[in-house]
Design a protein around this ligand. Sequence first.
Ligand SMILES: [Zn+2]
Length: 69
Amino acid sequence: MSDHADNADIKIFRTIADGLAAARRAPELQPDCRCHFCDEMVVVNLLFCDVNCRDDFERQNAALRRAGR
Ligand SMILES: [Zn+2]
Protein backbone atom coordinates (compact mmCIF):
# COMPACT_ATOMS: atom_id res chain seq x y z
CA MET A 1 0.00 0.00 0.00
CA SER A 2 1.53 3.25 -1.07
CA ASP A 3 -0.66 5.17 1.41
CA HIS A 4 1.39 3.82 4.31
CA ALA A 5 4.63 4.90 2.67
CA ASP A 6 3.24 8.37 2.00
CA ASN A 7 2.13 8.76 5.60
CA ALA A 8 5.56 7.69 6.82
CA ASP A 9 7.19 10.26 4.54
CA ILE A 10 4.94 12.99 5.90
CA LYS A 11 5.71 11.95 9.47
CA ILE A 12 9.46 11.99 8.80
CA PHE A 13 9.21 15.35 7.09
CA ARG A 14 7.30 16.83 10.05
CA THR A 15 9.90 15.48 12.48
CA ILE A 16 12.69 17.12 10.47
CA ALA A 17 10.73 20.38 10.18
CA ASP A 18 10.15 20.42 13.95
CA GLY A 19 13.86 19.86 14.55
CA LEU A 20 14.80 22.70 12.23
CA ALA A 21 12.30 25.03 13.89
CA ALA A 22 13.70 24.16 17.32
CA ALA A 23 17.24 24.79 16.09
CA ARG A 24 16.22 28.19 14.72
CA ARG A 25 14.59 29.11 18.04
CA ALA A 26 17.86 28.46 19.88
CA PRO A 27 19.47 31.81 20.66
CA GLU A 28 22.57 32.55 18.62
CA LEU A 29 25.70 33.40 20.53
CA GLN A 30 26.66 37.02 20.00
CA PRO A 31 30.20 38.29 20.54
CA ASP A 32 30.11 40.75 23.45
CA CYS A 33 33.81 41.28 24.28
CA ARG A 34 33.63 38.60 26.97
CA CYS A 35 34.31 34.89 26.88
CA HIS A 36 30.97 33.07 26.98
CA PHE A 37 32.47 30.43 29.23
CA CYS A 38 34.79 32.08 31.78
CA ASP A 39 33.79 35.77 31.36
CA GLU A 40 37.32 36.93 30.53
CA MET A 41 37.64 39.98 28.33
CA VAL A 42 38.26 38.95 24.71
CA VAL A 43 38.83 40.71 21.41
CA VAL A 44 35.60 41.90 19.81
CA ASN A 45 33.99 39.32 17.50
CA LEU A 46 35.36 36.39 19.45
CA LEU A 47 32.99 34.29 21.51
CA PHE A 48 35.66 32.67 23.67
CA CYS A 49 39.12 33.58 24.95
CA ASP A 50 40.64 30.31 23.69
CA VAL A 51 39.79 26.93 22.22
CA ASN A 52 39.65 25.30 25.66
CA CYS A 53 36.83 27.60 26.74
CA ARG A 54 35.04 26.97 23.45
CA ASP A 55 35.38 23.21 23.87
CA ASP A 56 34.31 23.31 27.52
CA PHE A 57 31.34 25.48 26.63
CA GLU A 58 30.23 23.11 23.88
CA ARG A 59 30.73 20.10 26.14
CA GLN A 60 28.66 21.77 28.87
CA ASN A 61 25.97 22.71 26.35
CA ALA A 62 25.83 19.17 24.99
CA ALA A 63 25.51 17.80 28.53
CA LEU A 64 22.65 20.21 29.26
CA ARG A 65 20.92 19.22 26.01
CA ARG A 66 21.31 15.54 26.89
CA ALA A 67 19.73 16.31 30.28
CA GLY A 68 16.74 17.68 28.38
CA ARG A 69 17.09 21.39 29.06
ZN1 LIG B 1 37.37 31.83 28.53
